[in-house]
Each structure stands twice: as C-alpha cells, then as structure tokens.
Design a protein around this ligand. Structure first.
Ligand code: KG4
Ligand code: ZN
Length: 350
C-alpha cells in the first residue's frame, strides 16, 4: 500500500506492525485486520531500573535503541512474515517519557519510509482500551473506559470513531504509581503491582484501616493520601523500616492497600456506568492485570447487569499488539501521518 493511501481493498488482509516504547517496555506486535495477533515480542529494561526504585528515562531510551530491532525481527519471525508483507507501520505517539517515545517514533518513521508504507500514530491510552475490543469481538463502543496504568488513571466514555469523553482522572499519583510506591515502602522492590497482587493473597484486606479518598468531582481520583497513610502506618509499626515488619504484617498491609485502591476504582467505575447509562465497561492498562480488581469489578458489574471486559493480562501490560490493533480502524479512517509528525508526551484520549 502506498504511504499516503488509506486501506483501499476490503478483501485482502491488512497486516500492521505496531511499536510501543512509551516507558520501559520495548514492544513490537503484528496484527491482522485489527484483531488477529500474528506475532509479538516484548523486552523490558526493568532490571536496569530496579536499583533506583523507578524508571530512569535516559536508561529506558537507551534500552529501546538497543533492543527495538531485535524485537522487530522476533515479531516478524513469529508471524512468519517479512517486512515487505506489512501494510502499515503504527507507533505510540504518546503519552509517555519524551526520550523513550522519540526512539519508537524515529524507528517507525525509518521503517515507513524505507518500506513506503503509511505511518499511523496511536494514543497509548486509547490502545489500552482497544485491547478490550481486540480480545472480545462483541465489544464495541460505547463503553465506559477505565485506564489504570503506571502513569494514568482515567475514567472516560468511548463513543467510537476515536471520540472519547474524559469523565475524570487522578489529581495526583496514578494508581499503578501508588502500587509501586507502596511496594517500595514495604521493601518489595520494583515494579510493585505484581508483587502486591501476589502477596495480598496471604494478607487480610481489612486488617489495616486505610482511607478511600472521595474527591469533590465524582469521577476524579486521588491516591497520594492512601500512599501516605501506608507510610505513616509503617513508620508507627516499624519506625519506617520494612525490615522491622513481620512477613504477615507486610502481607496484611499489602492486602489492605490493594483493597482500598480497588474499592475506589470499582465504586467510581460503577458510578460512571450508572450516571451515563452506558451498560458496558472496558478496563485496560497494567493495573487491569490485578486479580483483585478483575474479580471485584466483574462481580460488581454482574450485580448491576453490566458487561465488564478485561483484556487478557498480557494485553493489559504495555505491548505492541494493542498499537497495531488500534491502527487498523485508524487506517480505515485515513488517519495516516506525514513523516514530520511529532510525539506528544502529554497525549490523553484526544
Ligand atoms: O500499562 P503499563 O504496563 O505501563 C504504563 O503505561 O504505565 O502499567 C504499568 C503499571 C505499573 O505501575 C505496575 O506496577 C502495574 O501497572 N501493574 C500492576 C499489576 N501488574 C502491573 N498493578 C497491580 N496489579 C498487577 N497485577
Ligand atoms: Zn501503558
């Protein structure tokens, strides 16, 4: 397909390669017709950031430069395709770390130019929600979207055709960031979400009383007070030193924190469905892999007769398949960018 053309034939399968480099994952996915994942590869620079307790932007960008070609070759090998078989190149335009985004965008531009294929910039948050549409064919807009990741916590209504109405977002920490910071306070390492998820199974969720922040706006979130409450609890219980806590105490704090965070997410998401009258909910982003959130929202949604959709856990975390997937309807609508397109670290469902 020529670089400036929208999809012209309906019959031939359209294969798009999607590149994701907004944070610490270097991910490439190849998806056919917006749904069928033919190949995907992910490398994470996580171990390089672990000693610092958070992602170091410069290290993330360098790691993308080093691994992006290998990930591309791996995704191609898995899909049994060559570069010439691709119909378009998609890439995360934002939001994300500025340097990390630039690496993915520059690489995507190079590929699009040398293959003479269209370049499709994709909103990372919209792609997290599209992962829900990819995983279940019955899921179509409109739906209430809950994006919960390391950098964002957003409630919206997806109206379709790329139109989103943002209902609320976090006023301070993103919920994934709160998981990561609480894990650090408890000496559990980075990233905190998966560890807290696992450890919470051994803890008692009602054992530590923690706040459920209700901001003035019905759909906004705030997680920094919850994180600070955990900090004060640890300071009182063990002089601020995780080493002074018993393993059961750590599990109890983790489970109580997780329960408080999940409570707020579930309450506000259901409220959004009730107030908007939209009967379907799609959750996406790394925290949507959390087992307690999946169970609680699914159960509460069923009680309210809502359809609640979570992508499989691997599609909740950052990946290239969701970028390639969402690029398909964008290509059909002619949303192709010139090679001068810039990344946008602050993009948010626009
Ligand atoms: O969407 P994502 O992979 O990257 C961003 O776009 O930020 O989300 C990463 C976040 C991290 O904060 C990580 O701790 C959290 O998702 N996370 C989880 C779980 N798995 C990843 N949080 C809670 N429970 C999990 N199982
Ligand atoms: Zn993400």
């Amino acid at each position: 397909m020529p670089r400036d053309g929208a999809a012209s034939t309906k019959s031939a399968a359209i294969r798009i390669l999607g590149i994701e480099t907004s944070c610490d994952e270097t991910a490439v996915g190849i998806v056919e017709d917006g749904r069928r994942i033919l190949g995907h590869a992910v490398a994470s620079s996580l171990t390089l950031h672990a000693p610092y307790g958070g992602v170091i932007p410069e290290i993330a960008a360098r790691a993308h430069v080093e691994t992006i070609w290998d990930m591309t070759l791996q995704a191609l090998a898995e899909s049994r395709l060559s570069l010439a078989d691709l119909d378009a190149v998609a890439v995360t335009q934002g939001p994300g770390l500025p340097g990390a985004l630039l690496v993915g965008l520059a690489f995507a531009k190079g590929l699009a130019l040398c293959l003479d294929r269209p370049l499709i910039p994709v909103d990372h948050l919209a792609a997290h929600l599209y992962a829900g549409e990819m995983s279940d064919e019955t899921v179509q807009p409109p739906y209430v979207g809950l994006v919960v990741s390391g950098g964002h916590t957003v409630l919206c209504v997806a109206h379709g055709e790329g139109r989103f109405e943002v209902l609320g977002e976090t006023k301070d920490d993103a919920v994934g960031e709160a998981f990561d910071k609480v894990a650090k306070l408890l000496g559990l390492g980075y990233p905190g979400g998966p560890v807290i998820d696992r450890l919470s199974e051994e803890g008692r969720p009602a054992s530590v009383v923690l706040p459920r922040a209700q901001s003035k706006q019905p759909f906004d979130f705030s997680f920094s007070g919850l994180k600070t409450a955990v900090f004060h609890y640890v300071r009182k219980a063990a002089d601020g030193q995780p080493a002074g806590l018993e393993p059961q105490q750590i599990a109890d704090i983790a489970a109580s924190f997780q329960e408080a965070a999940v409570d707020v997410l579930v309450t506000k998401t259901l409220r959004a469905a009730q107030r908007t009258g939209v009967r379907r909910v799609v959750a996406g982003g790394g925290v949507a892999a959390n087992r307690r959130l999946r169970a609680r929202l699914t159960e509460a949604g069923a009680a309210d007769k809502l359809q609640v959709v979570f992508p499989p856990p691997a599609l909740c975390l950052d990946n290239g398949a969701m970028i390639a997937g969402l690029a398909y309807p964008l290509l059909q609508r002619g949303r192709v960018a010139p090679l001068s397109v810039a990344s946008d670290p602050n993009l948010c469902l626009t």
